[in-house]
Design a binder for this molecule. Structure first.
Ligand code: ZN
Length: 136
């Protein structure tokens, strides 16, 4: 498996609208738009930081994974995403190493990425996302 960089940090927020001020007005980052991923019951907003990004995650439903995360642990960093060159190969390799996966197959994430999550029980409690994208 080849990890190219930290693609983004996923941060669970109760409201993108209420939280964006810190990231844009205070830190001076630019929000490049929001996107709803219906399948994941989440609205995402990306803010590029150099070669990586901050991803703000707001739940669209009370039973969505982000709503459940905030209920349990409060707002904060929800996952770390690594950019890989070949997500299928990476998942195959992790499986062969006996690492439990949330997604055995890649699925569609925000921004046209292919993504898959590794189970936190294999990583010391960190939700790890693998992401493959065509561009940048
Ligand atoms: Zn993510």
């Amino acid at each position: 498996m080849k990890i190219l960089k930290i693609d983004h940090l996923g941060i669970a927020v109760s409201s993108i609208d209420e939280r964006k001020n810190f990231w844009t007005e205070v830190l001076g980052l630019t929000m490049t738009g929001t996107e709803t991923v219906a399948e994941q019951k989440v609205t995402t907003a990306f803010l590029p930081v150099g070669d990586s990004e901050i991803e703000l995650l707001e739940s669209t439903a009370p039973d969505g994974p982000i709503a459940k995360f905030i209920e349990k642990r409060g707002e904060g960093i929800q996952h770390i995403a690594f950019r890989v060159d070949d997500i299928e190969a990476a998942l195959k390799e992790l499986k062969a190493k006996g690492i439990p996966l949330i997604d055995e197959k890649p699925r569609n994430g925000a921004g046209g990425a292919l993504i898959a999550f590794v189970h936190p029980k294999a990583t010391g409690g960190i939700l790890v996302e693998l992401s493959q994208r065509e561009e940048h």
